[in-house]
Design a protein around this ligand. Structure first.
Ligand code: KIV
Length: 299
């Protein structure tokens, strides 16, 4: 792949000139390599890793160190996509200084090019401070998974006019604080369109309708790896979950029947040497010294 790296200015320009931004989450090098090759513009190491990688009920226990561990793996395998790290719960909420320190740590040790944080008006100062340090910030408003308990669950936000105004104010605050893009999660499509129209930075929707300047999905969701859990905003672009179960059933069956491994997946021994019949001077002086070169068949 020889395509130019996606940068913050390039993403900002998409608002005016398109095409829409296609963002996905990634948590490891193999997946990141494939999504990058497929043309994803942005790869987010989301704190959703708590749920989809660690099997937790929500994102709250995820740490900066864990995000950075996964970030390094994703960054190593990504050539074109812009790589963003999610600031986990309590890595920025307690103070502007804490936010700055955590964001700095994520760029220094996580391989990230930008950070994302949840919240609007209440975190405008935090965003300003991080941006002032030269760290690009992606905002996140609407449904905020880190506030799951305060919201009473993963609930659509901004349904009534008063609540819609609140979400719009949050998006405006994030843009005014200097963020270069904002995720709109779990809001009515009409509100997604209204916010996209109202602010000058790209909006990236997840359950926020088609008018947004881009879309984001969790990689395991769009690949159909949770066949039994499909929120309304998710579309399966493949059914890898079913494929993986079928492949596993075939593997188990072939191991049990002895069909796997066959000769094609097995190593042969070195051919047995015939004892040499030696005559003349060689027989009197003895054999030449042994070679200690590498063994011939090791893979
Ligand atoms: O953590 C995450 O994966 C996210 C995206 C769904 C936007 O925040």
């Amino acid at each position: 792949m020889n395509e130019a790296k996606i940068t913050v200015p390039a993403l900002l320009a998409r608002k005016q000139h398109g095409p829409k931004i296609a963002m996905l989450t990634a948590y490891d090098a193999t997946m990141a390599r494939l999504l990058d090759e497929g043309g994803a513009d942005v790869l987010l190491v989301g704190d959703s890793l708590g749920m989809v990688v660690q099997g937790l009920p929500n994102t709250l226990p995820v740490t900066v160190e864990e995000i950075c561990y996964h970030g390094r793996a994703v960054a190593r395998a990504t050539h074109r996509a812009h790589v963003v790290g999610d600031m986990p719960f309590m890595s920025y909420q307690s103070s502007v200084e804490r936010a700055l320190e955590s964001a700095g740590q994520m760029l220094k040790t996580g391989g990230f090019e930008a950070v994302k944080l949840e919240g609007g008006v209440r975190f405008a100062e935090h965003i300003k401070a991080i941006v002032s340090a030269g760290i690009p910030v992606m905002g996140h408003v609407g449904l905020l998974p880190q506030s799951v308990h305060a919201m009473g669950g993963f609930r659509v936000q901004g349904k009534g006019e008063t609540d819609a105004e609140r979400v719009l104010s949050d998006a405006r605050a994030v843009a005014d604080a200097g963020a270069y893009a904002v995720v709109l999660e779990g809001i009515p499509s009409e509100l997604g369109a209204r916010i996209t129209e109202a602010i000058s930075i790209p909006t990236i929707g997840i359950g926020a309708g088609p008018a947004c300047d881009g879309q984001v999905l969790v990689c395991y969701d769009f690949l159909g790896m949770y066949p039994n859990l499909k929120p309304k905003f998710v579309k399966h672009f493949a059914e890898l979950g079913k494929e993986i179960v079928l492949a596993t059933q075939s593997y188990v069956q072939e191991v049990q029947s002895g069909a796997f491994p066959s000769a094609a997946q097995s190593f042969a021994s070195a051919p047995k040497k015939q004892p040499a019949v030696e005559t003349g001077a060689k027989a009197v002086l003895g054999a030449p010294p042994k070679s200690y070169g590498p063994a011939s068949e090791d893979s």
